[in-house]
Design a binder for this molecule. Sequence first.
Ligand SMILES: NC(=O)c1ccc[n+]([C@@H]2O[C@H](COP(=O)([O-])OP(=O)(O)OC[C@H]3O[C@@H](n4cnc5c(N)ncnc54)[C@H](OP(=O)(O)O)[C@@H]3O)[C@@H](O)[C@H]2O)c1
Length: 247
Amino acid sequence: MSRFEGKKAVVSGGTHGMGLAVVKALVEGGAEVLLTGRDETKLAAAKELGPRVHAVRCDVTKLDELRSLADTVKTTLGEVDFVHVNTGYAKLLPMELTTEESFDWTFGVNTKGAYFTTQVLAPLVREGGSIVFTTSVANITGIPGMSAYAGSKAAVRSFVKVFAAELLPRGIRVNAVSPGFIDTPSMGVDASAEERVQFQQVGDDTTPMKRHGSPEEVAAAVLFMGFDATFTTAEELIIDGGLAELG
Ligand SMILES: NC(=O)c1ccc[n+]([C@@H]2O[C@H](COP(=O)([O-])OP(=O)(O)OC[C@H]3O[C@@H](n4cnc5c(N)ncnc54)[C@H](OP(=O)(O)O)[C@@H]3O)[C@@H](O)[C@H]2O)c1
């Protein structure tokens, strides 16, 4: 029997990058997956992964869209075994250039989005299921230009602790995976192609392993926390090539 045979999962922000790597690993392992994103072209491409993949448009900053997502999950999958709250956004801006608009958007997607995605989907997680968030090693390091982003992900780390306590009576584990520099199409930042190359170089130089990680390396950690780490809850697993501890 395949590793995820019969399992049902939701991956928010599953159209590219790390979320897509998680979706692919789940589907290859036999799971049925509902993924979300906003871009219609990427959603259509994700549907090509096969009949056990459902791609649904949902902007996590809009509560009505999140409520409608929960209805779709209920009718499409029913109860689920696993939710990966992965949607995220970062704009590289030093404090003096951070506007109210960029601050609000960062917290809207990463913090409010993660909170209310969980609020609407947690009731659909079966007893004994699990939830894994994607935070960021930025929430414990001082990377210049990432103050709003770092704060938005530090809040998610706090949500993990409290949600873990609140969902424990239902046997639901809640954890996070905290990536360092990972080679996704966006590198996790809203930036020009040139800025992204520079950002990647900074990552390769400052990461003790002297390289960036792959989406598949993060996906392996997400699925470990989601399915294998059955005696672990309220934890944040760092996947960063040693950046936080040795950098
Ligand atoms: N890459 C890194 O180095 C890195 C490092 C640490 C942490 N992270 C975090 O890891 C997660 C995944 O990063 P990634 O690099 O794989 O990201 P990515 O490739 O940019 O993918 C982000 C996903 O989120 C979706 N998304 C973005 N804004 C959204 C919104 N408002 N509503 C709904 N969906 C939205 C995107 O879909 P659409 O494009 O269709 O909107 C996409 O599916 C994020 O939380 C990020 O902050 C990344």
